[in-house]
Ligand binder design. Structure first.
Ligand code: AMP
Ligand code: MN
Ligand code: MN
Ligand code: MN
Length: 286
């Protein structure tokens, strides 16, 4: 875990994606955008892969942005997808690398099934189409399918494609066996990182199920909640910061930036944290 002598950051973004997963910018382009948007602490958190991290670390240093290596691990809880971000991990850790290798393999098999399902509703060759939007087939995702479906005119926006084809219950959605919350937290901790429950406002859980998720996550060793997210309104961010306090979590924030102009969230555009003293980066002070 990287440690810092001072915590001088004014604009922090601890959740972003590069073209090594389903973002469209390279780590180098992201580091330049971070610099341009005056983000002074930036984490790259690609889905289920560490492949972009050495590049991001190199270019962040070159462009004078403090950098935190991260990852966003796809998990399932109560058969629904939840995401756990690992921050300040050691990206050379073999346990974490091996675990993610298995997830990456299963992603491709899932993409083949998705393509077959889309064919049944009159959309042929979706796998090839998705691959044409994907620089790293190791992390082929629904977002790549969505961009292809926009290109061939199935809907106007990526979000509309998700609503029509790619969400649970829709024609191109296939059930998938992701990691358990316990495993993901364990891998992150074994690599020296902090486990953060990402964008809690996006999960369609009942109050009861959400409580179980937060308890399980905490029990497993999870330490922070992503209250500041472009997926949350400022009011929701406040709500989740309050939940974090009740459960004894640190608070994190990130834009979940994927692509310029997509979903209207720019890198560094995150609701401000109201109580800086509860910020997860205090764990990284010397
Ligand atoms: P996957 O990991 O393959 O299941 O794909 C999940 C990714 O799809 C997320 O990380 C987002 O980038 C994107 N995504 C999921 N839901 C939506 C949505 N409703 N609108 C736009 N993008 C979405
Ligand atoms: Mn994504
Ligand atoms: Mn996510
Ligand atoms: Mn994300």
């Amino acid at each position: 875990m990287k440690k810092f002598a001072r915590l001088p950051w004014k604009k922090v973004d601890l959740h972003t994606h590069s073209s090594f997963s389903d973002g469209v910018l390279t780590p180098e382009a992201l580091s330049l955008l971070a610099q341009k948007n005056e983000v002074d602490l930036w984490a790259l958190t690609d889905h289920d892969t560490l492949e972009g991290l050495p590049f991001a670390q190199h270019f962040a240093r070159l462009n004078n942005v403090d950098f935190i290596p991260g990852v966003e691990i796809s998990c399932a809880f109560n058969s629904k997808s939840v995401h756990i971000v690992g921050l300040n991990i050691d990206f050379q850790n073999a346990v974490l690398q091996n675990a993610l290798q298995n997830i990456k393999k299963s992603r491709f098999a899932r993409a083949q099934k998705m393509s077959a399902e889309l064919e049944k509703v009159g959309i042929p060759n979706a796998l090839e189409g998705a691959l044409s939007f994907c620089k790293n087939p190791n992390t082929l995702s629904r977002a790549h399918f969505a961009r292809y479906l926009v290109q061939i005119g199935k809907a106007k926006t990526v979000s509309a494609v998700f609503e029509r084809y790619l969400e649970p219950g829709k024609p191109g959605y296939v059930e998938h066996q992701w990691a358990s919350v316990e495993d993901a937290v364990l891998w992150i901790k074994q690599s020296g990182g902090v486990a953060v429950l990402a964008h809690p406002g996006r999960y369609a859980f009942s109050k009861n199920a959400l409580h179980h998720l937060l308890e399980n996550f905490k029990e497993a060793g999870g330490e922070a909640l992503e209250a500041g997210s472009a997926a949350h309104s400022p009011e929701e961010a406040r709500y989740w910061a309050d939940v974090a306090k009740r459960y004894g979590f640190w608070v994190s924030c990130g834009s979940d930036f994927h692509a310029p102009g997509e979903q209207n969230r720019d890198l560094g555009r995150v609701p401000l944290l109201l109580e800086p003293s509860k910020s997860v980066w205090h764990l990284w002070a010397i």
